[in-house]
Design a protein around this ligand. Structure first.
Ligand SMILES: Nc1ncnc2c1ncn2[C@@H]1O[C@H](COP(=O)(O)OP(=O)(O)O)[C@@H](O)[C@H]1O
Ligand SMILES: [Mg+2]
Length: 373
């Protein structure tokens, strides 16, 4: 069991590719911590730095409050599970599981106990005599996790371990890994590019882009209070809609974007005071847009924008339980959630209204969230 901390860690490859930039993270003992971000944002590099497979160009890494910069991977007491499983193809599952313990010259009976215990936890006792070529994707994945479990590491590192599985198995394995976390009570650091996987698994999540931290927070805080336009657009599916415009005052504040005008209630006066006549980005999630002919239950406390935004329906996705309406207004795409039995059609023009209490505001230049005062 251990906490992991990175202090101002930078990794530069070949003197030019900055994979990780001045990264500081404090991962708590027993935490399930997720690193999420688009491909190439530095996730694998961060795991490899923690595991000791790569050296930081600058900065310090601590495991269990011990500086590990100069410790070899095997002395760091961490175990990594890779996306491609990296099983030894010529060895039976039993030998794949026992390999690291044999290297460390543990007694045979102890090795046998540990292998059987790990196999028991994962329900793969029946696979022990098989070769990796005789396993399905899901089974290989379990064996790869089993190989980490037998080592009883202080920290588990998972690098996109579910990416090669089909959708159904992925959901099942998510639950299994979380159960494993509860049972073992070990710190787990989990990398994924999939925001849904991050949201459903992480106790806390760091969102990364181009090697830099965008926000470190709980899943719901990321969703409801994204720190910038990047996080707002990355977390949530379908993504948040953005409309670029400016704030003018005309008998109260008004958001203006081309011909669209959204008069704002006085609730926004303080929040937007500094942004009068400046560029802002208005963010609104698909579930916070309400359209004529697509009414969903509105509670009496909800305050919708008074003036409609006129949008043209591009296409519809009817999913059975709900529908997604893809629209455009003056060239800006707006996606909205609607009931299953939505009545609008392609090419139709409809009026939509925004839930004023749910609007997100971002600085038009820096992209940073404009906080409520
Ligand atoms: N060994 C390496 N040599 C040079 N560049 C690398 C190396 N490993 C990773 N990179 C670069 O560092 C960046 C981050 O890569 P990576 O950590 O693999 O991203 P992710 O896992 O988030 O997809 C990418 O631009 C990648 O091309
Ligand atoms: Mg990667």
């Amino acid at each position: 069991m251990a906490n992991v901390s990175l202090k101002n860690v930078t990794k530069v490859f070949d003197n030019k590719v900055i994979a990780v930039r001045c990264l500081s993270l404090e991962i708590r003992d027993r935490e399930f911590f997720v690193l999420v971000g688009p491909s190439g944002c530095g996730k694998s590099t961060i795991l490899r730095l923690i595991a000791g497979l790569d050296e930081p160009t600058e900065g310090d890494i601590y495991i269990d409050d011990i500086l590990v910069n100069d410790l070899s991977p095997r002395d760091r007491d961490v175990a990594m599970v890779f996306q491609n499983y990296a099983l030894y193809p010529h060895m039976k599952v039993y030998d794949n599981l026992s390999f690291s313990l044999r290297l460390r010259r543990h007694p045979k009976s102890l090795i046998d106990n540990k292998v059987k215990e790990a196999a028991g936890i994962l329900g793969i006792e029946g696979l022990l005599p098989r070769k990796p070529s005789e396993l399905s994707g899901g089974e290989s994945q379990r064996v790869a996790v089993g190989r980490a479990i037998v080592r009883a590491p202080k920290v588990f590192l998972f690098d996109e371990p579910l990416s090669n599985l089909d959708a159904k198995l992925r959901v099942q394995m998510r639950a299994e890994i979380q159960k494993l976390h509860r049972e073992l009570g070990t710190t787990m650091i989990y990398v994924t590019h999939d925001q849904i996987e991050a949201m459903t698994m992480g106790e806390r999540i760091v969102v990364l882009n181009e090697g830099e931290v965008q926000q470190i927070d709980t899943p719901l805080n990321l969703y409801y209070s994204p720190a910038n336009v990047f996080v707002a657009g990355f977390i949530g599916n379908p993504p948040m809609n953005f409309i670029r415009g400016s704030i003018t005052s005309d008998n109260g504040y008004v958001f203006v974007s081309n011909n669209t005008k959204i008069p704002l209630s006085s609730d926004f006066d303080e929040q937007l005071a500094e942004y009068r006549a400046k560029e802002v980005v208005l963010g609104v999630r698909p579930e916070d847009i309400y359209g004529e002919g697509t009414e969903r239950g509105l509670s009496s406390s909800q305050l919708l924008s008074k003036d409609p935004i006129e949008v043209t329906v591009d296409f519809l996705e009817l999913m059975g339980n709900e529908s997604l309406i893809y629209t455009k207004t003056e060239g800006t795409p707006l996606i909205m959630r609607a009931p299953a039995d939505v009545s609008c059609e392609r090419g139709q023009t409809i009026n939509v209204y925004l839930d004023l209490a749910k609007l997100h505001w971002f600085d038009g230049i820096t992209g940073k969230r404009i906080e409520k005062q």
